[in-house]
Write a protein of this length. Structure first.
Length: 383
C-alpha cells in the first residue's frame, strides 16, 4: 500500500492580506492579493501555477473564476465544500498530486469580505428538517450542545472555557495583525452576554475580513524557492456527520481519527509537537481538539488549559496568532492555521515566536464539528 509522501512536498510561500476590515474589496480580490504575496514569497509568478485549490462560499465555481482572475490555466482545480477544514484537505490532495507528478506548483487560497459586506457570519448550510423546529442559532447552538454535554459528562466549567479565550487574546496581543488586542479577563468571558447556553459572546470567534494563501512544490524544488521551506510530514481527514443531531458522540470529534493517521504518517506523536494551531471557532473546540489530538486524555481538556498552560509562557503554545477568537475569522479560518504554522517554523513570528519550533500541528474543522483535518509540518531538521 502506498503511504503518504512524508517530506516529499513543501510549503514555499505563505501570506495573509486584508485581515480585519477591508472595505471596497471583493472576496476574490482579497484572495488574489494574498496569493500574489505568497507567490512572491516563493519567487514564483501566477504563470508558474498549474494547480489551484480554493473554497469561496459565495462562488460555486470558484476554481474556474479564480483561475481566470489570476490568468492561470491549471491542470488541477479543487473547490472543496467541507467548510473551514477545506484548505487542509486541499493540502493533502495537493501533496499527493505533486508527489505523483500531476502538477508542479500548487496554490491554495481563500478570501472573505464578510465583515465589510454583511457584518455577519456567512452561513453555507441550513438546519435539517429534524433540527429546524427547535430554531437553533447556526452554527453556535450546535457547538453549545457539544459544550453542554462536555460539561455534564466531565465537569468542565465556564471558567475553563474562558481560559481558552484569554489565552488566545494574550497571543493576539503579541500579533500586530490581530484584530482583537485589548485586555480580556476570565471574569469578562464568563460574565459576557449569553448567546447560546452555555456559550457567551466571548466564547465565539470574531467576524472579520481577510485572506490567506500558501504555495506548495515538490521537496527537491523547495530550497530553490525559499530559504526555509516547511515540509509536509502528514495530512489526514475524517467526516463523522453533517448535522450535530447525527454526531455519534458530542464529546468526540473526527480529530481522533485524522490526528492518529497524520501522526502515523509523520512518525511523531503529540508529545513531539512544538506548536499547535487548531480551529477555535468557539472555546469548546480547542478543548475537544486538544483531547482528540492526544495532548491530554478525553475529559481532561478543561483542566489541561487552566493556569495559562496554552497561553504565552505556558507549556504548550496553542493558536499563537490569536486564533479565530482574537486574530481573525473571515468566515473560514482553516488556511490561517497553516500560515501561522509556517511562520512559526520559519522563525518569522516576531514577539510571539516559539523558540526552537521544529514541528507544528495544524488542525481545522468544517461544518458543526463534522469534517476534521490534521496536518503535521516540519523544518528540514525533521526530515
Amino acid at each position: 500500500m502506498h503511504g503518504f509522501p512524508r517530506g516529499k512536498t513543501a510549503i514555499v510561500g505563505a501570506a495573509t492580506f486584508g485581515v480585519g476590515k477591508s472595505p471596497g474589496f471583493e472576496a476574490i480580490e482579497l484572495a488574489a492579493h494574498a496569493s500574489l504575496l505568497a507567490l512572491a514569497d516563493a519567487r514564483l509568478a501566477p504563470s508558474d501555477v498549474d494547480a489551484v485549490f480554493i473554497a469561496q462560499p459565495q462562488d460555486t465555481l470558484a476554481g474556474l473564476t479564480f483561475s481566470e482572475y489570476l490568468g492561470i490555466r491549471p491542470k488541477i482545480t479543487d473547490n472543496n465544500r467541507s467548510g473551514g477544514s477545506a484548505f487542509l484537505l486541499q493540502l493533502e490532495h495537493a501533496a499527493l498530486a505533486l508527489d505523483a507528478g500531476l502538477c508542479d506548483v500548487a496554490l491554495i487560497a481563500y478570501g472573505s469580505n464578510q465583515a465589510s459586506a454583511s457584518g455577519t457570519l456567512v452561513q453555507a448550510s441550513r438546519s435539517s428538517a429534524y433540527e429546524a423546529p427547535y430554531k437553533p442559532l447556526r452554527p453556535i447552538s450546535s457547538y453549545a450542545l457539544a459544550a453542554a454535554r462536555h460539561m455534564h459528562q466531565y465537569g468542565t466549567t465556564k471558567r475553563q472555557l474562558a481560559e481558552v479565550a484569554v489565552a488566545a487574546r494574550r497571543w493576539a496581543q503579541l500579533n500586530p495583525e490581530a484584530v482583537a488586542r485589548d485586555d480580556l479577563s476570565i471574569d469578562a468571558v464568563v460574565n459576557a452576554r449569553l448567546v447560546s447556553d452555555p456559550l457567551g459572546v466571548r466564547d465565539c470567534c470574531l467576524v472579520t475580513d481577510g485572506a490567506a494563501a500558501i504555495v506548495m512544490t515538490r521537496a527537491e524544488r523547495a530550497a530553490d524557492r525559499h530559504a526555509k521551506p516547511v515540509y509536509v510530514l502528514g495530512a489526514a481527514a475524517a467526516v463523522t456527520h453533517a448535522d450535530i443531531s447525527a454526531m455519534p458522540d458530542l464529546t468526540v470529534t473526527g480529530a481522533a481519527e485524522s490526528g492518529a493517521r497524520a501522526y502515523a504518517q509523520a512518525g511523531v506523536e503529540a508529545a513531539d509537537i512544538d506548536v499547535v494551531q487548531v480551529y477555535d471557532a468557539f472555546t469548546i473546540n480547542t478543548i475537544l481538539f486538544l483531547e482528540d489530538l492526544g495532548f491530554c486524555a478525553k475529559g481532561e481538556g478543561g483542566a489541561f488549559v487552566e493556569g495559562g498552560r496554552i497561553a504565552p509562557g505556558g507549556a504548550l503554545p496553542v493558536n499563537t496568532s490569536g486564533g479565530g477568537l482574537s486574530y481573525c475569522h473571515p468566515g473560514m479560518f482553516g488556511l490561517f492555521t497553516l500560515v501561522e504554522s509556517v511562520r512559526q517554523l520559519r522563525g518569522e513570528a516576531g514577539e510571539r515566536q516559539v523558540r526552537g519550533a521544529e514541528l507544528a500541528l495544524a488542525h481545522a474543522n468544517g461544518g458543526v464539528l463534522s469534517s476534521q483535518a490534521t496536518v503535521i509540518l516540519g523544518t528540514a531538521a525533521t526530515l
